[in-house]
Design a binder for this molecule. Structure first.
Ligand SMILES: Cc1cc2nc3c(=O)[nH]c(=O)nc-3n(C[C@H](O)[C@H](O)[C@H](O)COP(=O)(O)OP(=O)(O)OC[C@H]3O[C@@H](n4cnc5c(N)ncnc54)[C@H](O)[C@@H]3O)c2cc1C
Length: 457
């Protein structure tokens, strides 16, 4: 036996791919395998936007492998059954897999290890494929993970990152391994009209453009809603068409405060992953309970619908929610504002908002989504858990001319400058002439209710 299987999961690339390099180096044959895992569909994670982006990624991965003499083998079903079948068909002695952090990923790894061992094959799991630093690589003396970002980042920054690997020059796939057709975007319903294109080539182009034209101004401009001056690399990091190890190295090489601020965000990604790896239950349970008794009655349900539809009467909140629906992506500042509005101003359970985001976000991912929602709700790792963001003040600060709001809330395009953030204050405005709702709640009422609920009157 001189054959390896490489199971691709959230690492759909050829560059800087330790499992593929380990499998292809030497004179070995490789079966590059992707399994359309039915359990992921059943768990409700197969959102249309991510399936569309995934189809692009698989097509490019296959094309890249073909340029190197290989191809991608796609199967669907139970991931462990399919890996074992392919390994048996190819008479492979080992299977390579990238380590991942969710409870599901841990179970998958364990099931694979046992099933392969029963066939006399070995599972080789590789760290630092889906993160820059492995979860647990740095930890405080008293715990298995960091609960606060700043000390985590201090240690993270001091650690040596491995060098990025080049893509393999050739990939030799054994004959006779059956494969299904590659999935396509055709026939998927509910895909956002403005969804970005996926795939490794696309990601690498975007990364080069970002390092050339964007990253230098990141520190000053990343919070600006209208400028849209963030990298938009999150879907590529989610699907692993780009490697965070490579991103950190290349960003650092450009130097300057913009690159440092960008690298800090990549460390946030690792931070949430080390929390989830240590506490897999926080995908659904509070990391730190505040004993909330979230609203769930009929009026709460009406509020939730208004929030999802982008019709709360708070223009910046509605702009964010509509960007999410149209692009399958939302600016980070808008994510913070819309999440704070739902959990604190409307006092609705963070799980309701996290589910809606996961239904639409192309970068929707358990570690980043659930733990950012918990951070905003004050049940997570934020050291100021009871702070409430004021959407109007925040809009004036981060969208000073109202450009972002007018882009996404066309009903308000006739309103000039920052006045667009408070349409209810405009004297002489014919409210009946614009189809835009009054605020569904007064901010001071929402604040008072939240403070009372958290015992902080
Ligand atoms: C309520 C809420 C939900 C979120 N859900 C997700 C999600 O499902 N998936 C996701 O990737 N990000 C999520 N984020 C984090 C962040 O908003 C996005 O990563 C970011 O907006 C992506 O845009 P970008 O690639 O242009 O980011 P940039 O500003 O260019 O940052 C570069 C990369 O750093 C990472 N990053 C940036 N901010 C964060 C953060 N706060 N936490 C963790 N990693 C970060 C991302 O991988 C991002 O691509 C969420 C944030 C909030 C407040």
């Amino acid at each position: 036996m001189n054959v390896s299987v490489v199971l691709f999961t959230a690492d759909l690339r050829l560059h800087d791919h330790p499992p593929l390099r380990a499998a292809a180096d030497g004179d070995r044959q490789v079966v590059p395998l992707f399994v359309r895992d039915r359990a992921v569909d059943r768990a409700g994670f197969a959102a249309a936007n991510r399936l569309a982006f995934l189809a692009d990624c698989l097509r490019e991965l296959d094309a890249g492998l073909r340029e190197r003499g290989g191809r991608l083998v796609v199967r669907s079903g139970d991931v462990v059954d399919q890996v074992c079948k392919v390994a048996a068909e190819a008479d492979a002695d080992e299977v390579h897999l990238a380590a991942d952090v969710s409870a599901y990923a841990h179970r998958r790894e364990e099931r694979l290890r046992l099933a392969l061992a029963a066939q006399g094959r070995r599972l080789r799991v590789h760290d630092t494929v889906t993160t820059a630093l492995a979860p647990g690589a740095v930890a405080p003396a008293s715990s298995d993970h960091f609960a606060v970002f700043t000390p985590y980042f201090r240690q993270w920054s001091g650690r040596h990152l491995r060098d990025p690997l080049t893509a393999p020059r050739a990939v030799r796939v054994p004959d006779g391994i059956g494969a299904e057709a590659l999935p396509t975007r055709d026939g998927l319903s509910g895909v956002s009209g403005g969804l970005a294109r996926g795939g490794e080539q696309e990601g690498r182009k975007r990364l080069s453009a970002w390092l050339r034209d964007g990253v230098a101004a990141y520190e000053d401009r990343h919070d600006g809603l209208a400028g849209d001056a963030t990298s938009r690399l999150s879907p590529h990091l989610h699907f692993g068409t780009l490697s965070s190890v490579e991103l950190v190295h290349r960003a650092r090489r450009t130097g300057g405060p913009g690159a440092e601020a960008f690298v800090r965000q990549l460390a946030w990604r690792d931070f949430h992953r080390q929390v989830l790896a240590a506490r897999p239950g926080v995908a659904t349970a509070d990391y730190r309970t505040r004993h909330d008794r979230w609203r769930s009655d009929r009026t709460a349900r009406t509020d939730i619908e208004a929030w999802k539809e982008g019709r709360t009467g708070y223009p910046v909140i509605d702009a964010g929610m509509r960007q999410l629906r149209h692009e399958g992506w939302m600016h980070n500042r808008a994510r913070l504002l819309t999440a704070s509005f739902l959990t604190k101003t409307l006092y609705v359970d963070w799980r309701v908002g996290a589910r809606h985001f996961l239904d639409l976000l192309v970068d929707g991912d358990v570690a980043n989504n659930q733990l950012n929602w918990q951070w905003v709700a004050g049940t997570g790792t934020d050291t100021r858990p009871h702070r409430v963001l004021n959407p109007t003040a925040q809009a004036r600060r981060h969208d000073p001319d109202g450009v972002y709001v007018r882009r996404w809330v066309p009903e308000l395009t006739g309103l000039a400058g920052p006045s667009v953030h408070e349409p209810w204050n405009l004297r002489g405005l014919d409210r009946a002439a614009i189809d835009y709702p009054d605020p569904i709640i007064g901010l001071s009422d929402g604040l008072a209710r939240f403070r009372q609920a958290r015992g902080r009157e």
